[in-house]
Design a protein around this ligand. Structure first.
Ligand code: GTQ
Length: 375
């Protein structure tokens, strides 16, 4: 049910606010406003909807449409002046909130070889999913992490981090994912620039992945006690291999195909406290059924091509395209190829929903689980 139909429905149902306006009531509302108050029945249906009513719109940003203009920022601003050279994705449903969907931010950051942005830290949790280029790196709390295409990297909240591209590298573009809108909604956002602008590095290259990416093995001596994953980089090679192995031994989910969560290897839980991430593989020709979830999703196609139907709207995607599924909206995915598999990376706020006891999901019962396409 869309928001308009929903309001109408709410008004028609007994027990929901349904007070007709009169001149006397209007004067009363004006008086309440003067007192810094309001009458609950004028807003009740809006502030207590029957079910989550996201203001975000399902959207897709095609990489082919964005790429040239993202590269143009290289000529227009420097990381020194701009802080971060990023083109952010804007969901028109979010009003003044800079968000790709719900309480999640997404941006495309671009860097020249030899460039580096200053070290900083913030309350927002952040991740990167590399789109193109070679030589990119991030330093997180003294650990240098090298980044290649489709690598997934964490910069958990409170960690010092700086990004750069080696002199011998090429122009690099990656997607930044953060929970900036959530931090601001919670009025909990702090930001700090490193006093030296650079942080000291004190560990072997890519050491956190070397230590923690064992085959079901956990370093015994590591007294990891922080609330986020000790492994900062999830490389594409092992990720894709794991997906293919699972595809060989499991049918997968009717809603998502072969799907795996990126986990904190110390706990099996989500990679960060507020943002989780997943990777899924749709087999050649695979078409999933629709479900909906409490939580917002930002997807990036990592491999292949296909389409997703989100609340009755079809979005065709191919490698590096980004699309969003707002909370509680029906979504189903299809691989457009009969020969190649297709992979979708996504990050989401399900860890927030789960830790607050709010997570729910529902399968579409009608029409064999497939949504009718909106006119
Ligand atoms: O590098 O942490 O795209 O703080 C926006 C804000 C990236 C970052 C963004 C940020 C960052």
């Amino acid at each position: 049910m869309n928001a308009q139909k929903f309001d109408q429905y709410a008004e028609d149902v007994a027990g929901r606010a349904n007070v007709a306006d009169t001149p006397e009531l209007r004067a009363y509302y004006a008086r309440l406003a003067e007192l810094g108050t309001g009458a609950l029945w004028t807003v009740a249906n809006k502030i207590e909807p029957w079910e989550p009513a996201s203001t975000s719109q399902p959207m897709l940003w095609r990489y082919a449409d964005l790429r040239a203009d993202v590269l143009r920022a290289l000529d227009l601003v420097t990381p020194e002046k701009a802080g971060r050279r990023v083109v952010y994705l804007e969901n028109p449903g979010r009003g003044d909130v800079v968000a790709a969907v719900g309480w999640l931010y997404s941006g495309l950051q671009v860097m020249n070889p030899g460039e580096c942005a200053s070290s900083h830290r913030h309350s927002a949790s952040a991740l990167r999913f590399i789109m193109e280029g070679s030589g990119a790196y991030t330093v997180v709390d003294g650990h240098r992490v090298t980044l290649g295409a489709n690598d997934f990297v964490l910069t958990p909240n409170g960690t010092w981090h700086e990004h750069g591209v080696a002199k011998e590298g090429t122009v690099c573009i990656w997607q930044d994912g953060l929970d900036i809108p959530l931090m601001n909604a919670l009025e909990a956002n702090f930001y700090e620039v490193h006093p030296d602008l650079r942080q000291a590095e004190g560990f072997p290259l890519d050491d956190t992945t070397a230590s923690w990416a064992g085959s079901g093995l956990r370093p015994q001596s590591d007294g990891w006690a922080k609330p986020y994953s000790p492994m900062l980089k999830y490389g594409w090679g092992p990720t894709y291999e794991a997906l293919c192995r699972l595809a060989g031994s499991s049918d997968g989910s009717p809603y998502d195909g072969v799907i795996m969560d990126y986990v904190n290897p110390a706990t099996g839980g989500p990679v960060m406290q507020t943002i989780g991430a997943q990777i899924q593989l749709l087999r050649p020709g695979e078409r999933t059924k629709a479900h909906r979830q409490v939580g917002s999703f930002v997807y990036q196609c990592a491999k292949g091509s296909g389409y997703s139907i989100i609340n009755g709207q079809r979005f065709d995607w191919r490698e590096r395209d980004i699309f969003v599924v707002p909370a509680w909206m029906w979504h189903e995915h299809a691989n457009g190829s009969e020969r190649e598999d297709a992979c979708l990376f996504a990050f989401h706020d399900l860890p927030v929903m789960r830790s607050l006891g709010l997570y729910r999901e529902e399968a579409l019962a009608d029409n064999d689980g497939h949504q009718p396409l909106a006119a």
